[in-house]
Design a protein around this ligand. Structure first.
Ligand SMILES: Nc1ncnc2c1ncn2[C@@H]1O[C@H](COP(=O)(O)OP(=O)(O)OP(=O)(O)O)[C@@H](O)[C@H]1O
Length: 774
């Protein structure tokens, strides 16, 4: 791990100090340990299988108590088995050799807890190794409760990540073990106290290899993210294990590991306080592509489904956004001004033309009528309530009945209150059972769905009434036009920004009634008496609204990745899902595709309110070689003058390639992609302006699934072995945030970068486009 805290002194390592045969011997030593661990795991699996078997037998007894016990046991044993099976591959990855600690106390995992060495741990320049710990994805205790493997999230594993040559604590040697299944393939050591001659069991402590981080960073990339448990760096570990304060904010440039750190933090929090986080951890990701890229990481860390990774366009149930609005429309839809527009739009639907203008009923043998003015007055009184509009319908119905009763002279007919009450209830019943009255109510105060209201906003005239003095006429026109994709019921392709509007509307409207699904018949029911324990009460609307609101608040922790991109309306949507949660927010203002980073920051402040914040900064770029990072820094200087770029941890000696295509982009992109496919083992990303996505897919058709075409906004968070950035000037011109979007595009490659100039780029004699020159 030569770059452990790259700013600190180098760690002494190196094959030069490695005599022949030492590596094989050390691999053999670790192999013996792994064999022991596997034997123990097999014992545990047998125990789990026995438990399940035994539990199934108990199930045959059939009493409710025995069944409940059976369920609990089967569940526990099932989880256990799943875990062991899924973690069976590659789960032991580290080892630390430690000096004697200051005190002799042991923690629950069987390891000594002291961080600092005892005063007499080192004599002159000699020391004995007092403790050896192996680190893995889950903890395994031997039959005598001594630790065979320490879970990477346990406190005893922290020194594996945190020790540096400047502050080594008790760690003398840190070893990363590469294993596959039951076989140890390699070991890489860092010596943290090179000045010492340390002995283990009487022999000198050997040192093998030259660090695991570089090996990990140089590996080819696939279409899914790998975990980094074996090489988490000290500054990253500080974030992963930070106490779950109300808000943990992490900033850092491209490639500093923000996404990796956020996901590993989720795994750490679950480990550290499973009960607290059983309420779920929500990870909000900017695009479905990034969700697909990161989804696999957590199960491999040994979790059991408490973590939901959702794209910001899929946070509302039933809505799946697959469209991007053009920047001017996105700016309107994302702005907090939309809140006012939506409020008025909801009212506008109720008041809008086409609704009934009068109500006629027959009561006491006479015809009674409420006219347009009466209905308007009643509607305004009803809307004076604070509840969501759909939940105000019963109130409006009652006000209508009151008005009819009074118009029919009801209050004057009866002096006896009891008689009056009886007559009133008969009057109400007569009217409300009439089909005409029900039809009137449905037309006059329809139960609205968020999608209907949104679709209604496609009518420019109607929208203009709702947006008066909030949006200007151009903004209103753009907004109305963009919503014409939807039919009257709101079906049709939704944009990412529409989803936040739907969520806001759902809050304004209250949840519409959903047809109740009949509960499936379960043959166990009559045995367990479950029906009695869980009576099927019918739920009132208010109860339902409260329940849904509750469900939304359910997340115990919310992680926001690429937080710089959330619009004010999206912050409101995400905020609703974490009202009582703790938060981890990671992002980089320099990569913001939102036109106004200050506005987004203000919206974040509003969503988080007065919660206490703890801030961290990540400073080392683990993705891009220095040659690519240096080029990207030129765009950063234009996009955000004065912003520092993170220090690249490695260099490949290969500078970015510049090619000029002019108008003939297709053949040039294809040729460059073919060239890069031959150069790298893994993936090639072709980043194009958003409007060129469809044609670009044609350019690379047939080159295989190692090549991926992405619109500039879709590249966020992803990475490829090699990247082709097509027409930088066109990407930069696409939106007011275009230079920052270009910065994102230029920082996706782990090995090779080709920049292809289009018609607008004005390349110099070397093919370097205007925007990337010194
Ligand atoms: N400690 C580490 N060990 C090995 N690889 C690492 C480490 N930290 C980060 N990486 C790798 O560096 C790359 C960048 O990480 P990640 O995507 O989390 O960065 P990021 O800060 O989210 O980047 P961006 O802001 O550009 O989206 C990934 O391939 C990740 O696996």
């Amino acid at each position: 791990m030569a770059a452990q805290n790259a700013t600190h002194a180098q760690v002494a390592t190196g094959p030069q100090s490695e005599p022949d045969g030492v590596r094989d011997r050390e691999i053999g030593t670790e192999q013996q340990h792994l064999d022991r661990v596997y034997r123990r795991l097999e014992e545990k699996i047998h125990e789990a299988e026995f438990l399940m078997d035994d539990a199934a037998k108990r199930g045959q007894v059939g009493t409710p108590g025995a069944l409940a016990e059976r369920d609990a046991q089967v569940f526990r044993a099932g989880v256990h088995l799943n875990r062991l099976n899924s973690e069976f591959e590659d789960f032991l990855f580290g080892r630390i050799d430690l000096l004697l600690g200051k005190d002799g106390k042991k923690g629950p995992d069987g390891a000594y807890t002291s961080v600092e060495p005892a005063d007499d741990a080192v004599l002159g320049d000699r020391a004995d190794i007092a403790e050896t710990l192996h680190i893995g994805r889950i903890g395994v205790l031997d039959a005598d409760y001594s630790p065979l493997v320490i879970d990477w999230r346990a406190p005893a594993a922290a020194p594996f990540y945190r020790a540096t040559p400047v502050a080594p604590g008790r760690v003398v040697r840190r070893r990363v073990i590469r294993s596959k299944g039951r076989r140890v393939l390699g070991v890489e050591d860092d010596l943290l106290r090179p000045e010492l001659t340390a002995t283990l069991g009487g022999s000198t402590l050997p040192v093998v290899g030259d660090g695991a981080l570089m090996a990990a960073l140089g590996q080819a990339r696939s279409h899914t993210m790998r975990d980094i448990v074996s090489s988490i760096q000290a500054e990253q570990d500080m974030v992963i294990r930070a106490p779950a304060a109300s808000v943990t904010e992490v900033e850092g440039g491209p490639g500093t590991g923000k996404t990796a750190v956020a996901l590993h933090r989720a795994a750490y929090l679950l480990y550290q306080d499973r009960r607290r986080y059983a309420g779920g951890i929500l990870v909000v990701s900017p695009t479905p592509l990034l969700v697909a890229y990161t989804e696999g990481v957590l199960p491999s860390l040994g979790e059991e489904g408490q973590v939901a990774i959702r794209a910001v366009g899929s946070l509302v149930d039933g809505a799946e956004a697959d469209t991007y609005d053009e920047p001017a429309v996105a700016r309107v839809k994302g702005s907090s001004r939309m809140l006012k527009v939506l409020r008025k739009a909801v009212r506008g639907v109720l008041e809008g033309p086409g609704g009934p203008e009068r109500l006629r009923v027959v009561a006491f043998g006479a015809r009674i009528e409420l006219g347009a003015e009466d209905l308007k007055r009643i509607r305004n009184t009803a809307l004076g309530g604070t509840a969501p509009v759909n939940l105000l319908r019963p109130r409006a119905r009652r006000l209508i009945l009151d008005a009819l009763w009074s118009r029919a002279g009801g209050p004057k007919r009866y002096t006896d209150p009891e008689l009056a009450a009886e007559a009133r209830s008969a009057f109400d019943e007569d009217i409300t059972t009439e089909d005409d009255f029900l039809a009137f109510l449905d037309a006059w105060w329809p139960e609205l769905t968020p999608r209907q209201v949104l679709a209604g906003m496609a009518d420019e005239k109607r929208l203009a009434r709702a947006s008066r003095r909030v949006l200007n006429p151009r903004e209103t026109r753009l907004l109305a036009r963009s919503l014409r994709r939807l039919d009257a019921a709101g079906r049709g392709p939704l944009s990412v920004h529409d989803v936040a509007l739907l969520d806001e509307l759902e809050t304004l409207l209250g949840a519409p009634a959903r047809p109740k699904k009949p509960r499936e018949y379960d043959p166990l029911d009559h045995l367990t008496g479950l029906e009695e324990l869980m009576p099927q009460r019918s739920e009132s609307r208010r109860e339902r609204a409260e329940r849904l609101a509750q469900e939304r608040r359910d997340y115990a922790h919310v992680i926001v990745d690429e937080a710089q991109d959330l619009t004010p309306m999206q912050w409101r949507m995400v905020g609703r899902r974490g009202r009582t949660a703790t938060w981890t927010i990671v992002g980089d203002p320099a990569q913001s595709s939102w036109s106004d980073p200050d506005e987004a920051a203000a919206a974040r402040d509003e969503a988080l309110g007065a919660r206490r914040r703890t801030r961290f900064r990540l400073t080392v770029n683990y993705r891009n070689p220095a040659e690519i990072a240096d080029l990207a820094a030129k765009v950063l200087a234009l996009a955000m003058p004065g912003m520092e770029s993170p220090a690249a941890v490695r260099s490949t000696g290969v500078v970015p390639r510049f090619a000029v295509a002019g108008a003939a982009l297709g053949p040039a992109v294809r040729a460059e992609a073919e060239h890069l496919l031959a150069d790298v083992e893994g993936t090639v990303g072709v980043v194009v302006p958003m409007g060129r996505r469809a044609e670009a897919r044609g350019w690379v058709a047939g080159l295989g699934d190692r090549v991926v075409v992405l619109g500039s906004l879709e590249a966020k968070g992803l990475e490829y072995d090699a990247t082709i950035v097509v027409s930088p000037a066109e990407i930069a011109d696409e939106s007011p945030a275009g230079l920052r979007v270009l910065y994102v595009a230029l920082t996706r490659a782990t090995q090779r970068l080709t920049v292809l100039s289009g018609e607008r780029d004005d390349p110099d004699a070397d093919g370097v486009p205007d925007l990337l020159r010194d």
